[in-house]
Design a protein around this ligand. Sequence first.
Ligand code: DAH
Length: 344
Amino acid sequence: MSKKILEKIKIDFENSLQTVGTDLGKLEVLRVKFLSRKSELNKILKGIKNLSPEEKKEIGPLANQTRKNIESRLTDLIEEIQQKKDLDKDWIDVTAPGKKERIGHLNLLSKTQREIEKIFTSMSFEIADGPEIENEWYNFDALNIPKNHPARDLWDTFWMKNKNQKGEKLLLRTHTSNSQIHYMENNKPPFQVVVPGRAYRYEATDANHEHSFCQFEALVVGDDVSVANFKSIAQEFFSAFFQDEIKIRLRPSYFPFTEPSFEFDISCKVCRGKGCSTCSNTGWLEMGGCGMVNQRVFESAGYEKDKYQGFAWGFGIERLAMMKYQVNDIRHFRSGDLRFVQQF
Ligand code: DAH
């Protein structure tokens, strides 16, 4: 009787094994079914002691053999499946396309600044630097903007709490024009220099105004530098920057550090002067301020009065980048928003 049952268990086991495939969970179910304490096989093993000596002799080894057999079949299969899984894990598809590494790149502002520097370098300009933390002298007085003069109101200033070692008040420079004085203190004309850098204003921000922004100051000084020189250099620069023929226009204006002073416009690069929404139908875009260096500024820098002539300008780098790359809000530049950064 038991012999038949053992036969059936064997066949049952083999049949079940065919259905589990590589599913380790199903194998565990088989193990419980065929080897657990409640399994049919275990019942037979437990009943051996009650058999007659002859039956014991026959059934005993057969039942044990069946158990061992099932055990080793299961163990082998589990090992085989496990090995195959490990192999799958290490398998590399050498034909699969590689993962692209994302490489960082220059921010649009740095890129624009470098474009500007490259053009001026090609025109034999020097690129110089100036301090962002400044005293009142360099940012205001030396530029002919004395204390209590209403012109100071043109520049809303971030004042620092700490004074410098000489007890002077400190501020974040409101424009790159401070660099004019530093440069002239250390250099004698003739020279032509551009100073790009950050400037700060204590003012509310909107799509066209930021409290921190970049300018590039140009200063050209010599014995007989004129407005005509200025116009041709500016025209050359803007045409190279926008890679288009750009017209320029000067309008009378006022800055304490220039005399005469101008507001500087370029022909609208979107409509080429015909009039469109970008230029409010005027055909012109405002770039910034410029003018012939006021002799008082030369004096502040230690030059002899009326010995030299020069022109200067201070233009916004963001504004140029906005025009060239069609950015509609200056606040994007420092937002840190990757959706913006990655476009350029
Ligand atoms: N410093 C001025 C500003 O930020 C811009 C400026 C105007 C700079 C005229 C100049 C200049 O060098 O000549 O508002």
